[in-house]
Design a protein around this ligand. Sequence first.
Ligand code: TXA
Ligand code: MG
Length: 351
Amino acid sequence: MAQDVSSVDPSSLARAAHALMQGDLVAFPTETVYGLGADAANPVAVQGIYAAKGRPSNHPVIVHIASPGDMAAWCSHIPEQAWRLAQAFWPGPLTLILKRSQDVDPAVSGGQSTIGVRCPAHPVAQALLSAFADLKRQAGQTRAGVAAPSANRFGRVSPTRAQHVRDEFADLVVNGLQVLEGGNSEVGIESSIVDLSSVDEGGSVAMLRPGAISAQDVAKVLGQPIAGYQASSPRVSGSLKAHYAPSTPVTLCSPENLSHAVSNALAKHQGRLAVVTHGAGLAFDDDRVVVLPMPDSPADYARVLYARLRELDELAVVAAFVVAVPEEPVWAGVRDRLQRAAAAFGGDGVD
Ligand code: TXA
Ligand code: MG
């Protein structure tokens, strides 16, 4: 379960908010994954995130805000659909892509004319964003937002626990990076990203990255169809084909092909293999096969997915076979992340 904000030492929160004001980075929990944050109005601080992650500077980052009303400070124009989605899903696991205000430094959106904004629900994120907004107001600045990508090195698995962040950025922690504790991220995969930046010119509403909030959920609120996301879109780093990948080679298998694929791999490799599977328990009569069971519901599966992918690396197996999840819309977020984890090794389809 996510930790309550009361379990975070108030002085840690205050220290983190001050660090952001000074242009330092702070890692913090959200309900989706942990973020690596910087003052979104400070281009030098934002540059620090790109450097820490090893991320190309043309990949935009999401600006996290304390309350939906703060969206206006970052955007030149907010279509009514954005307010409706904010009302339905914020605070929560949804990012809106809108037109960037001319006054906002382009660095935060990788030079693009649009900007991603999200109001997260995790109580520690909320407390940090509010404390930071208070400090900004005291300093006479109206634009308060924390730019934060997921707190992992570029292309790797996103962190869903504070320990994952400390492992990933051990060097920065030694040099004083503060990592706020927030328990296990409840959603477990990154926010759904909905692009509304061209709706006022007659453009479509598009799902750029599926997550816990589905295209169907968005369509229901807006009363209009949503364009499916395009995996080839270069604008979203999470939509690069290979992403969210552990070091262990991952192959996606249909349930029917699993035992065949595992037998072949056992014949080919000396070491141990992992099978990651949901649904009915599977037994393999070879003790070189480690079975990692997954929950049956998409929400529960998403919550533990990244911890499982990290575990694969710790198990030191030579390869992992993941049983593909159903084609249904409720599985879109999980399916997307599994396909990307497999794509890193050339196995970009269902085996
Ligand atoms: O759940 C999340 O969204 C987490 C937590 C920390 O909030 N953040 C996250 O950030 O996943 P990141 O940077 O790892 O992924 C954000 C995605 C990127 O793929 C980025 O390209 C896309 O959002 N994005 C941000 N601003 C955008 C923009 N203006 N246009 C298109 N895509 C944008
Ligand atoms: Mg990321």
